[in-house]
Write a protein that binds this ligand. Structure first.
Ligand code: 6PG
Length: 256
């Protein structure tokens, strides 16, 4: 990993609402660019709680045009290994905040299956889905137009947790992981760094004071992959944009 952190593209919003609006605006822009240039938009959605407001905005036609759902292909960056109707499921959060209100055609939604024998089986199945549905980037990796990611208080992203083997997966596109330190304590299925780093663009959505320290550690380059996994997000020729609110940005000198 290079010593000099890349120059980060950082956007600070006053609060969570404005952060969600900025995220929805950038997602729409990425969709318009992708559809204009390639005829479709491939988007991997983040889980957790922060993105929910942005998903509701994307689903609300009164708040500006939604996405072209006929040309938008929705995937997931990670999933908890629970049924999709379990409140802990990322799919469950996306279903109620985006898919149902926006009436997204089911054939445009590629969920990580959790009705398999194991998280590892789910990971293998999802890798096949990526193989079938995505364009291939240089190096033979599946390439998303945009991947949304969150940042955990422990510096994890997707389900790439501190100290877990998934951090070091360089061959598989999707892998499984035991729970990290933060709830919910359930097994996970997650995209791996090779796939994340093959994306055209990665958009981090980070809100709240609890993220100030991990955000500072990651952006200042004062962290290792082992302790702050989000430092592993360095797309080879893609763009990383950090959308944060003032509370999360508190630890940064804005010259960062
Ligand atoms: C998950 C997410 C996870 C999340 C971070 C931030 O399955 O929980 O993929 O990586 O993005 O933990 O979560 P919050 O947005 O809830 O703070």
């Amino acid at each position: 990993m290079s010593e000099n952190p890349p120059s980060w593209n950082l956007s600070v919003s006053p609060d969570g609402e404005r952060l969600a609006e900025e995220a929805a605006r950038r997602i729409r822009q990425a969709a318009e660019d992708a559809i204009r240039q390639r005829g479709r938009f491939t988007l991997a959605l983040a889980g957790g709680s922060t993105p929910e407001k942005s998903y509701r905005l994307l689903a609300d036609p009164k708040r500006g045009a939604g996405l072209d759902w006929g040309k938008t292909f929705l995937f997931f960056g990670d999933e908890r290994f629970v049924p999709h109707d379990d409140p802990r499921s990322n799919y469950h959060m996306v279903q109620r905040s985006l898919l149902a209100p926006a009436k997204v055609p089911p054939e445009r939604v590629f969920a990580i299956p959790t009705d398999t024998d194991s998280p590892a089986a789910s990971a293998s199945l999802y890798a096949e889905t990526l193989q079938q549905q995505l364009e291939v980037a240089p190096g033979g990796l599946p390439r998303f137009d945009l991947i949304l990611l969150g940042l955990g208080d422990d510096g994890h992203t997707a389900s790439l947790f501190p100290g877990k083997p998934a951090l070091y997966e360089t061959a598989a596109w999707v892998t499984s992981s035991p729970p990290g330190m933060l709830p919910p304590p359930v097994d996970r299925v997650t995209l791996t760094f090779p796939v994340i780093n093959a994306a055209r663009q990665v958009l981090f959505l980070v809100a709240g004071a609890g993220k100030a320290q991990p955000l500072r550690d990651v952006l200042k380059g004062q962290a290792t992959l082992e302790t702050r996994p989000a430092v592993g997000v360095r797309p080879a020729d893609g763009k990383v944009v950090w959308l944060v609110d003032e509370a999360a940005a508190a630890g940064l000198d804005r010259a960062t």
